[in-house]
Design a protein around this ligand. Sequence first.
Ligand SMILES: O=c1ccn([C@@H]2O[C@H](COP(=O)(O)OP(=O)(O)O[C@H]3O[C@H](CO)[C@@H](O)[C@H](O)[C@H]3O)[C@@H](O)[C@H]2O)c(=O)[nH]1
Ligand SMILES: [Mn+2]
Length: 334
Amino acid sequence: VRWNLTRYSPLPHLLSQRFTHEEELPAVDVFVCTADPVIEPPTLVVNTVLSVMSYNYPTRKLAVYLSDDGCSELTFYALHQASQFAKHWIPFCKRRNIEPRSPDAYFDKPTARPSGQEWESMKCFYVKKLYEEMKSRIETMAEKGSVPPETRSQHKGFLQWGRHNNVTKRNHQSIVEIVIDGREEDAVDEDGDRLPTLVYVAREKRPQFHHNFKAGAMNALIRASSEMSNGAVILNLDCDMFSNDPDAIRDALCFFLDEQSGHRIAFVQHPQQYFNVTKNDLYGNSPLQTDKVELAGMGGYGAALYIGTGCFHRREALCGNKYSSKVDGQGSIN
Ligand SMILES: O=c1ccn([C@@H]2O[C@H](COP(=O)(O)OP(=O)(O)O[C@H]3O[C@H](CO)[C@@H](O)[C@H](O)[C@H]3O)[C@@H](O)[C@H]2O)c(=O)[nH]1
Ligand SMILES: [Mn+2]
């Protein structure tokens, strides 16, 4: 078989023309997976979470789930901190239309230096200061290795790690804490706009049962999310990544909602980019071959690879659906 290199591009302006009302857009659930608060520090994890909470997508249609296989109160603490910071970060990103929306990656950019009007630059300093203060609180807590009693009173969720529960990484009850319930009236940012839903999940683990690593976590997230937001589209991300494009959801929807072939598309895989690649890419980390040859080569045959992360799935494609011979031809997704 010859490689048939084909590249597809989304046409988001056509999507906006077809879906003029927010209500018509599908709900999207984002799953972020983490497994260890030492190897994957909580500041890294919340940067990933904040990058997806600030997508250019109606917040009432967006829910973010953090799966913590480390079952660590340090990660829960960091997520709670991020939920507070999000009230400043999300409006800051959207008003200034900044990219990328991981605070660490954004403030690292030379262009992130405040410029323009005095008010604008003060705002940038202010948000940066809030971010650095949050980061330092999370790191101090991580160094201590546990959350002190006075901090535990900040959120009832900390009770899950109470002495009587005997929580260890491999043996614990299931913990599901809704950190932000997007339906509640006070779930708003500093501008009064609604925040996306944010949920912490540590699935139940017992030593006598296999937990099946990330796949086990994803299955638990599918079940837990179906009881809450039940988004028709699911994005999964590892905690050491961030979304570098605030319009990634709309781009993926261009394929799922395509009038001709949308109904045949089960998942939309975004390419991956790496940072800190050595000069001359000594360790071959550059995804050139995968993105430009392998994925594009399969594209010509209408095929695609799921590379394990950075991928949007139709929930139906993962959970099944009653067979129907009728196809509405609209690529509908409800
Ligand atoms: O018990 C576990 C172990 C891992 N993870 C998470 O799974 C992701 C991937 O694990 P990692 O150890 O970073 O593996 P990689 O080699 O980086 O995995 C790459 O390749 C895998 C497929 O081989 C994909 O599933 C991953 O998404 C992709 O990042 C990370 O977010 C982990 O936190 C869990 O949630 N639970
Ligand atoms: Mn990894």
